[in-house]
Design a protein around this ligand. Structure first.
Ligand SMILES: [Cu+2]
Length: 156
């Protein structure tokens, strides 16, 4: 091998390496970007769940409408932070209470009003096990209506 061809050979090898490194660099950067964008869409991953509360966070979704609570029974564990998202699909033109609903648990000092066609989020922590009644008292006969009452079951 002449020194020229050796130099040429070395340069080719270097080019190959450079291309390989550039390829892996771009590939991993794209993967990282795609991951960062898709991460919040994965089931069970709640971007809003990344809050400052210590300990596990449980996200519960609930619908309240003229038909009542769905689900009407929700569960959590003592010590967990519960992030409750309450969706009210009713129309604002409802003659009964203007389509507004409530989510209240007296024992826990929770009293949330959910305007029509909107979601309200409340975060709370229950330290003790127990069965807590939640209700809506602003429509359809209120608490006297069995559909407007539900249960939060906190297991120890
Ligand atoms: Cu209601």
């Amino acid at each position: 091998m002449t020194s020229v061809s050796r130099r040429k050979h070395r340069k080719q090898r270097w080019d190959r390496w450079f291309r390989r490194i550039a390829f892996f660099g771009i590939a991993s950067a794209s993967l990282a970007l795609a991951g960062a964008l898709l991460w919040p869409l994965l089931p069970g991953v709640q971007p809003e769940g990344r809050n400052t509360a210590s300990g596990p966070v449980r996200t519960i979704r609930l619908t309240i409408s003229m038909g009542g609570f769905d689900p009407y029974e929700i569960r959590a564990r003592a010590g967990e932070t519960v992030m409750l998202k309450v969706w009210n699909p009713d129309s604002p033109y409802h003659i009964d209470g203007g389509g507004q609903h409530q989510f209240a648990i007296d024992e826990l000092g929770i009293n949330l009003m959910i305007p029509p066609r909107s979601t309200r989020v409340i975060t709370f922590k229950v330290d003790r096990p127990g069965v807590f009644t939640f209700y809506c008292d602003v429509c359809c006969g209120g608490r006297a209506n069995p559909a407007m009452v539900g249960k939060l079951i906190v297991e120890g």
